[in-house]
Design a protein around this ligand. Sequence first.
Ligand code: ADP
Length: 398
Amino acid sequence: MGVGIDISERKKIENELIKAKEKAEFENQLQYTFIQNISHEVRTPMNSILGFTELLHNMLTGKKEIEFLDAISYNGKQLLRLIDDILDFSRLDKKELSLHKEEVCINCLINNLKNQMTGLKKTHNKQHLKTIYNTQAKKHKEIMIYTDSNRLQQVLMNLLSNAVKYTEEGHVELGYKIRKDKNDILFYVKDTGIGIEKEYHDRIFQRFNPIYRTGKTHLRGTGLGLVICTHLVELLGGKIWFESEPGKGSEFYFTHPYSEVSSLSINKTEEINEKDYSMPDLKGKNILIAEDDEFSMKMMIQMIDGTNANIHSATTGTEALEMFKNNNIDLIFLDIRLPGMDGYEVIKKLRRADIRVPVIAQTASALQQDMDKIRLAGFDYHAAKPVSQNELFSILNK
Ligand code: ADP
């Protein structure tokens, strides 16, 4: 008697394997969609929590009140970061994260990080930490690299945030070196913090493996940050590593490919980087806000109330178009996920009718593919939730 499997038996096994693979893929997709929805559903209420906190911050003066508001704001932002990390992680894991590269001026990117660092030190109560920035400049030119600006900033911010978190005294240093012989840039973030014990060195870049140092519960984390950094650095074409000595500090390094793509004149770059956060005077102007979330609507109205603009509100896409027709609208804030006719359909209708009124997309999505879709749909700007008053003023001033 033969021991081989006959053809019909083999076909049956093959079919079963194909079915099992399809089922696994379907479940994977379901899980990802679920995480995406959770992210959106957390961002929407968070938009109101952080927005109203910012508004109260501007209204209250008591030291204790400000301290409590700072605590709400800090913890809210932590929660958002966690949600973003989980979303990134699930996409990286499925190799679904794509990069959006463009020419980026490194020093502008670092200037951006400087602003964020001021806030970061404040929230960690570490204003006493010195921050050192080592940047290079070509005469009258900015150094440009071809990269995904958001992702590169995310890596650097993650490393900086760890450096601040794990350093009590001394300094945090951020810098880069162009290595022409290697065709790359070496970025580094150094600190004079608690350092990392040798026994943990192998675990640092491993997933689901945070290091809990006994007696230091305030230093807890998910252990996702460096895993995401590693994936992103590799996706950007580089490598990441670190050196550290307990009690002395840590130095994180990563490389990024570099070739002299082009240079912008300094003036032009400054123009790109400039943001005007002052409250604009919009007396006589009509602003339409289309938003279905009651609290987000209230918050937006409150945030731009002082500009003296006439504010009109709509809770559906159809209502927004109706309002637009009946009022002399100068600018629209348009939420993407509106019931019935969504934000994409509304802008499509406006642009098809050749109506060029400035429209600002608002979304609680953190996905790059949604950002691309927004750009292509014809919106003038995009304000991602949670939106801050500064950001709104900067958009309105433009
Ligand atoms: P998280 O900080 O959220 O736990 P990370 O992946 O960013 O996750 O970091 C993993 C671990 O590496 C941290 O738990 C921490 O113990 C250690 N670590 C990272 N950066 C530093 C640093 N600059 N100094 C000391 N320890 C660090």
